[in-house]
Structure formats: structure tokens, C-alpha cells
Write a new protein. Sequence first.
Length: 125
Amino acid sequence: MPTRQRKPAYIALLVALVVGLAALGAYWYSRKVGVEVKPGQIPADGLPDGASVEVLQLPGKDAAGGSAQQQPAAVLAQQATVYSSAADPSQSGGTLLTLVVPKSSAAPIAAASNAGAIALVQVGQ
């Protein structure tokens, strides 16, 4: 009988260990990064907190400020999560977002956002 009483305790310990390791993995392998997007660079109905998105770097504009060069958008992160979002007070219709991204993608995403060359595509609605 004593072995049956210990089983639930071992299961609870195992669950706590798994949850702790998942949190540690998220800390070591992901970062929060702030991005600023203009209208048309996210879905029209916005992105709710917790949404899964793909982060794209848009091609640059030509020297005359015309249309974008005929290059495909580069994928900066195949999987990112919207942590929070808010209206951008500095531009009409703009949005400020905090994304949780893989550690290796944080710097390129920040640079693309600074250049105004970022777009987010919602995946797995």
C-alpha cells in the first residue's frame, strides 16, 4: 500500500520538473523584442496577445523612393509570439508590439523594425 501513496507524489514532482525545464529553456533560447509596424504590415484586425506570427523583412525601396525592388521578403523568424501590442501614438494607424522570438532572431528583427521594413503574418489562427 505505501508504494501506491508515493506514486502521486512522484507524478507531481515530475510535472514540476518538466514545467521548470520548459521555463528555463524559454529563458535561454528566446528574447522579447519591440517592433513598430505601419498600417498594412500586420493583419487589418490586429494581432491579439498570444498570437503566433511569422516575421518578415520587406525588400528595400529603390533610390527614388519608388516601389520595392523585385525581391522576395526574407523570413527573419518562422515562429514568434505576440507578447503585447498597443497603438503607436507617433503615427496614425501604427502599432507597437512586443514579440517573443528565438534568441538568434532578436537583433535582425530589431534592425528591420528600425528600418521600417518589417511585416508580421499571423499563422495557425
